[in-house]
Design a protein around this ligand. Structure first.
Ligand SMILES: [Zn+2]
Length: 422
């Protein structure tokens, strides 16, 4: 028998529509069947009734960039002035971890993400051997981007990609899915970028790459010199692709940009890069607390938005959260950091970055990031007893765990009270 639930909250906010006072959702078979004023939403016979009381019910948050498996590395790498030094630190730290440590760390990150309101996470998988076991142990929707690097191994790019594809093609389909992530322009060679982009496009997968993250990466590609250039040249990377191109142009030249592409960070842009991203339909994932940790130049939000780029939010990993910030994977914290660094953006637009825009970047528009008929029943509740005009402000200022979380019509975090039998 179909399980039907009628869920009421004092405010229901689909985010892409105005908040509804005294609202309700009807959920069946994991999707939303009705949404609106409680008086206007019919409660089907036999429906399980849940009253969340003084709460805002909104779409589950979409974390468009994360590294769940680094969760237990929180606070272990102090900020360094050189990005290249940070890369060396995390590479050494990863090398010291046994496989079981990555698994525990991944699962801890997933559990934390649920408590903090995420229902969809785009995760970079440095240890793909964890899949699909870890998928089964979380209620989250995870899009696992298999990470590939191709400098140190000196292996053939086709072989590197082939190994990832063999792994990805063998994974079950369902609530979780896969994508590809050639790590960054500096840690790959053009052939790996090109082949990965072709494979992702052919399979209908998303592609995500860290790009233009640091001034050192920008200098490497534009000027063919600098700290990162020297370090990689010493490590026998073929540097023939450097000089005269921005990192974004480099990706464009090798066929990476496109409507299935997530440009992670895009911090250091040259004139024309925003238009290149926009014209290709690529999305940009901004990670506000990671940005603050590295002390990058201000994020080019206005230029990207004016060009028409879909900008969304990610947490990145807990290795890049300053000690003064709470060490949690939490998009509410990212929204507040974004507000602090981009004053003047309306709170409703900021919540849009973490819901609607993230879903669009992942090709999930209409299914995630909104509360609409036909969308997945992925919703979270935050306590709130104030005026409806304060809804968006209350959401961005929500601190701590959410009051409830539903993913695909099942409670990932059940409301503490309010369940009323039919
Ligand atoms: Zn990252």
């Amino acid at each position: 028998m179909t399980r039907t639930q009628h869920i009421r909250a004092r405010i229901v906010w689909p985010v892409d529509q105005p908040p509804v006072d005294d609202g309700a959702l009807v959920v069946a078979d994991g999707t939303i069947r009705e949404v609106g004023r409680v008086r206007a939403v019919a409660s089907p016979a036999g429906a399980e009734r849940v009253d969340l009381g003084d709460a805002i019910l909104l779409p589950g948050l979409v974390n468009a960039h994360c590294h769940l498996d680094y969760t237990h590395m929180a606070g272990q790498i102090a900020p360094t002035s050189a990005f290249t030094d940070w890369i060396k630190c995390i590479t050494a730290l990863k090398g010291s971890w046994p496989a079981a440590a990555f698994r525990d760390s991944w699962l801890a990150g997933a559990a934390m993400s649920v408590r903090r309101g995420a229902t969809t996470v785009a995760d970079i998988e440095a240890v793909p051997e964890l899949l699909p076991d870890v998928w089964r142990e979380t209620p989250l929707r995870v899009i696992s981007f298999l990470e590939m690097t191709g400098v140190k191994s000196r292996r053939n790019p086709g072989a590197i990609l082939g190994e990832s594809l063999a792994k990805a093609d063998a994974l079950p389909t369902g609530r979780c899915g896969v994508g590809l992530s050639p790590h960054a322009p500096y840690s790959t060679v053009p052939e790996l970028l090109r082949l990965s982009a072709e494979a992702a496009r052919a399979r209908g997968w998303r592609l995500a790459t860290h790009v233009a993250e640091s001034a050192e990466e920008y200098e490497m590609f534009m000027e063919a010199r600098g700290t990162m250039y020297d370090w990689l040249a010493r490590n026998e990377r073929d540097m023939a692709d450097c000089g005269g191109v921005s990192p974004v142009q480099h990706l464009a030249q090798h066929g990476v940009l496109g409507p299935n592409f997530l440009a992670v960070h895009a911090n250091v842009l040259q004139p024309g890069d925003a238009e290149l991203l926009a014209g290709s339909g690529s999305a940009v994932v901004h990670c506000p607390r990671s940005h603050a940790y590295f002390g990058h130049r201000p994020f080019a939000r206005l230029g990207l938005e004016r060009a028409g780029v879909n900008v969304c939010l990610g947490t990145d990993s807990l290795t890049t959260v300053l000690k003064r910030h709470e060490q949690v994977l939490d998009l509410f914290c990212e929204m507040r950091e974004f507000m602090a660094s981009s004053p003047g953006v309306a709170p409703a637009a900021v919540v849009g970055l973490a819901t609607v825009n993230g879903a669009r970047a992942l090709g999930l528009d209409g299914r995630a990031g909104t509360l609409a008929v036909g969308a997945w029943a992925d919703a979270i509740a935050v306590p709130f007893a104030g005026a409806i005009t304060e809804t968006a402000d209350a959401v961005v200022h929500h601190a701590g765990d959410v009051a409830a979380s539903m993913i695909g019509g099942e409670w990932a975090l059940a409301p503490a009270s309010g369940r009323i039998p039919a």
